[in-house]
Design a protein around this ligand. Structure first.
Ligand SMILES: CC(C)(COP(=O)(O)OP(=O)(O)OC[C@H]1O[C@@H](n2cnc3c(N)ncnc32)[C@H](O)[C@@H]1OP(=O)(O)O)[C@@H](O)C(=O)NCCC(=O)NCCS
Length: 355
């Protein structure tokens, strides 16, 4: 089935612009083949494939158009792609785009990101072919992410169009992002400079006996949120109060507190194939390990992801805990980077997009 669809896509790319292949599929594939495509299993634990994303796109298109089989001989008019605000209506198709890339987002992960930020959608013939989002941290800083162009539409200037529009909206503030290899040219041409690396670690942690030092960690109390916010703001150099509130609602915040003073915290929430631990802010690497160990101990035999700054000194320890490094992205900035203060350090990100 995948072979058939790929062959049709190849043929479609010769005849149609951008999403022509997807629209063309609906016209070329027989009803029985179409139905069997929809009955194929979805993403599995071993990761997703491009074909799953394509099938999601096809299913969305079918839902939108209704049964078009009676009109299979009609020509498809390919319209020029149009930019609009990204809204909750785009979430389902956005999931199709990220799934096509093999990114593990769930619909809930897109909704979490969308609820905290704002973004742009690029659509053609009613199909979402690109996204770009921004998350504001106070008036002076924002992170950018979820910058995706559908595989079939890449290399035609759509990524540049989306990103330039996002930059127009962002004004003169400092912008941060974490770039994949594919994005480096796009961002580099627009004044973004590399400032470091982010390492993606994940896996099912190896079992470990509880250690006594975990006693110093407990769930954060609601009344401690302002203190956590203050510690976080000092450490990353940007005010992220709203993000922290949403993280507290979406998952669990734990703290290390002595004499009523919070000196470290970690957030843990459902994400992608399992759970993500981050942000983690701590006074030193031992405290960061203890916070992560505490989160792991509450999720036995569970898939866990941690995105760490390359300079965090946590990488080799995470490897020993069974969380292998599977990817590296480049941290980039345009403008004056945030100035952290205080004694704590950021040991894990909330996510590559949200920072
Ligand atoms: C990164 C991505 C959004 C770019 O979108 P796109 O529509 O393919 O890109 P464009 O055709 O608009 O090209 C963007 C820029 O990259 C350059 N570029 C594109 N492909 C390139 C390549 N293979 N090598 C070098 N430069 C390249 C283009 O020249 C263009 O530069 P310019 O605007 O300064 O002239 C797209 O490849 C994608 O979705 N990749 C997968 C998801 C991803 O990694 N997103 C980035 C997350 S940080």
């Amino acid at each position: 089935m995948g072979y058939v669809i790929r062959a049709l896509m190849q043929q479609g790319e010769d005849d149609y612009d951008s999403l022509g292949p997807v629209l063309m599929l609906r016209h070329l594939v027989s009803s029985s083949l179409w139905n069997s495509a929809e009955n194929m299993p979805g993403p599995n634990e071993n990761g997703t494939t491009g074909i799953v994303g394509l099938l999601t796109l096809i299913a969305n298109e079918r839902q939108r158009c209704g049964d078009m089989s009676e009109r299979s001989n009609e020509a498809v008019e390919v319209q020029a792609p149009e930019l609009s605000r990204f809204t909750t209506e785009h979430l389902q198709q956005a999931l199709g785009l990220s799934t096509e890339l093999g990114w593990p987002y769930r619909l809930e992960d897109w909704a979490f990101a969308q609820g905290l930020g704002e973004g742009l959608a690029l659509e053609q013939n009613g199909m979402l072919i690109g996204t770009a989002m921004r998350w504001q941290y106070g008036p002076a800083f924002a992170t950018l992410g979820m910058i995706i162009v559908a595989n079939a539409a890449q290399g035609r200037g759509y990524g540049a169009r989306l990103f330039d529009a996002l930059l127009d909206d962002a004004g003169s503030q400092t912008l941060l992002l974490n770039s994949t290899q594919e994005g480096l040219a796009l961002y580099g041409h627009r004044g973004f400079l590399p400032i470091g690396e982010v390492h993606q670690h994940q896996g099912v942690p190896t079992r470990k006996l509880p250690s006594p030092e975990l006693d110093c960690i407990r769930a954060a109390e609601v009344s401690e949120l302002p203190m956590i916010d203050e510690l976080d703001s000092e450490t990353v150099g940007m005010p992220r109060g709203r993000l922290l509130q949403c993280l507290a609602q979406a998952g669990r915040l734990s703290v290390i507190a002595r004499n009523g003073v919070v000196t470290g915290y970690a957030a843990c929430r459902r994400f992608g194939r399992g759970y993500v631990i981050g942000p983690v802010v701590a006074a030193d690497v031992t405290q960061a390990q203890t916070l992560i160990e505490d989160a792991i101990s509450k999720l036995p035999d569970t898939f866990i992801r941690v995105d760490i700054p390359g300079v965090s000194d946590l990488g080799s320890w995470l490897e020993t805990r069974g969380l292998k490094r599977v990817d590296t992205v480049t941290a980039m900035v345009r403008g004056t980077p945030p100035q952290p203060s205080g004694d704590a350090r950021l040991f894990a990100l909330c996510s590559q997009s949200l920072g």
